[in-house]
Design a protein around this ligand. Sequence first.
Ligand SMILES: [Zn+2]
Length: 391
Amino acid sequence: MRIHIGLLGAAKKIAAAALSGFLLLTVFPQAHAALGDGSMVEITAEQARTYSPNNRSNRPNPAFYPLPKGTKDRITGGRVSFRTGGVTHYFYNLASGVRVSADDIREIPRQNLRNEISRLRMSRRGSFIYVTLSMSDRVSYKVTNRSETENTIQFHFANTVSTPGNQRFDSGIFSRTVWDGSTLTLHFAKDNAFWGYTAYYEGDNLILKFRQNPGSIENARIAIEVGHGGKDRGAPGRNPELHETDINRLIARDLARELRERGATVALVGGNDTGPNQRRDRVEAWGADLLISIHCNSAVNRNAAGTEVYFFTAFNHSLAANLSRGVSRALETGNRGAKRGFFNITTSTQMRSVMVESGFMSNQGEYAKLIQRGYQRRIARSIADGIERDF
Ligand SMILES: [Zn+2]
């Protein structure tokens, strides 16, 4: 948090002044001086998380995508603040319909945004499709991709007065673009084509970089996360040598071997003291197409049993449902299905990510199976099968 750095810096200056014997009147910089309604701001974070303007949560929201550095917008209403876990969080609502952290913006001189989008270009580089929009202003926008069955993604641009015409494409992941006012709808050419995206500004060009479905396991970069690790052992096991993270590690290693044998490029993360945000950032930096987080479940009700798979953003739903079905079938457990859950590890909007909970540590019968090497290999094989079916 910037506020701490600011105050520490000021405190150090005072201490130094006191030591050197000078009498100094120090004016503390007002950290987070509230910006007013209508103030013009610019996003300073590389990727600023956005939140719903209609609630006061600081949890990521699956319907809100990040805004890139350089985006300009106007503040509506005053500063929004609330306390959770002893920390006060500050936010602002932007005219484009999203809320951003006060740490991710800075005030800039007022100007009239009047964006003209003169051109949309589609190009392919490596495993990505780039949609380049030539803009006259770096305006803000809101993204909608409510469900994967819609097979579209929409960008609602703020302060935009002109747009290029609709276009058709006969190759790549998009079949056409449709403009309705300042809303761009990108239509995917096939089902299951949206595997995440990143946006950034290059001069006045807004680049939307879409990850393509790798098409086959040989082309896929897959990260496997060993859930928990280090001091955090996860759910306890009856056998103190085999707590959740120990079992997660064995399954993850089996899965890594299985996927490598099938031709995938694989990275293992977690199983140590790193936090989920750090692990997710590492996996994003490595350029994973897909992240599989390996966990075992636990419940107060000791009879709870079966397999479930967690996802966060809509475009991960079908993978989660397929994996839950496939793994539960292979293990002959109950299929508890795809569930939307908030776990930091699976909040990326740049790649696919799901969390597999193949069975319950808290269920005596399932725990007895989960600790068996043969059963762990069956879990790994069924996850690999599910991944292959998803291309
Ligand atoms: Zn866990």
